[in-house]
Design a protein around this ligand. Structure first.
Ligand SMILES: Nc1ncnc2c1ncn2[C@@H]1O[C@H](COP(=O)(O)OP(=O)(O)OP(=O)(O)O)[C@@H](O)[C@H]1O
Ligand SMILES: [Mg+2]
Length: 260
């Protein structure tokens, strides 16, 4: 099922040049799409447009959601590089925000869901009474991801979510996140500067340049069940992985460093 469809999207800040110009993208349920590109090429702007934080000056963004009006949750979740947790709430308080804000989600349901996500992201229940400032960066980012997932978004936008983490935490979070998106049939759009992360996680990766998606790299085709189910980190050592990395870097190095 097509979860997100973007056609001929246009956007500019005030009377500056177009940051987004004729941008097209389709994403299916269960897919992870990565956006790469030079700093300032408009990746965050595209996520902000999809999230509805900015208004397009042209084109169309359509989200198809499987939810019926009676179901709980929101359509789009947004995860940033640095967590957006409330410092005055405990971890539990932060995670139960979804049920505080949504009367249809009972506290019991929320607690149940919270327990499941803590397991998926390898966090022990002992973190629940702590405040965000008492956690490591990796733990905070795990909590932040769970906080977003508690709202059951169909589409998850991520802006360099793992870039501030140490290498090993990053590897395990990437893997945990991929498994979750694929097993729950959600859709994720991930902005990253890290080619390895893109190859490890994405079904398709794109290089954005000149306001649009310039190059497509199909990393896991929909019918390649085997490559889609291989654990992200197991794939890293393979020759196929190295070849994808080489092809992406070859194209990317022509756009990074040169503004046009
Ligand atoms: N609020 C704003 N007002 C005016 N111009 C802006 C604003 N936010 C971003 N821009 C400009 O829009 C362009 C795209 O910015 P954007 O943040 O989308 O880039 P990016 O690809 O996410 O970069 P990075 O990889 O460094 O995060 C840049 O030229 C930037 O200076
Ligand atoms: Mg950005």
């Amino acid at each position: 099922m097509t979860a997100l469809s973007i056609e001929a999207l246009q956007f500019s800040f005030a009377d500056a040049d177009k940051v987004v110009n004729d941008f097209h993208l389709q994403a299916e349920s269960g897919e992870i799409i990565c956006l790469l590109g030079a700093s300032g090429c408009g990746k965050t702007t595209v996520l902000n447009l999809i999230a509805g934080l900015l208004k397009p000056s042209g084109g169309k963004i359509e989200l198809s959601t499987r939810k019926s009006a009676a179901e709980t949750g929101i359509d789009v979740g947004y995860i940033f590089q640095n967590d957006a947790l409330f410092p005055w709430r405990t971890v539990e308080g932060n995670l139960l925000l979804a049920s505080d804000l949504n009367p249809i989600l009972s506290k019991a349901q929320a607690l149940d869901k919270m327990g499941q996500y803590l397991d998926v992201f390898h966090l022990s229940k002992s973190v629940l009474k702590k405040f965000p400032s008492q956690l490591s960066g990796g733990m905070r980012q795990r909590v932040s991801i769970i906080q977003t997932l508690m709202f059951e978004p169909e589409l998850i936008l991520l802006d360099e979510p793992f870039s501030a983490l140490d290498y090993y935490t990053k590897l395990s979070l990437e893997e945990e996140f991929c498994q979750l998106v694929r097993s729950q049939g959600k859709t994720a759009i991930l902005v990253t500067h890290d080619i390895e992360e893109a190859v490890a996680m994405a079904d398709r990766a794109y290089i954005m340049n000149g306001g649009k998606l310039e190059r497509e790299f199909v990393i896991r085709a929909p019918h390649q069940e085997e490559s889609r189910s291989t654990a992200t980190n197991e794939a890293r050592g393979s020759s196929v992985f190295a070849e994808h990395y080489r092809l992406i870097w070859k194209e990317l190095k022509q756009v990074v460093g040169s503004k046009d």
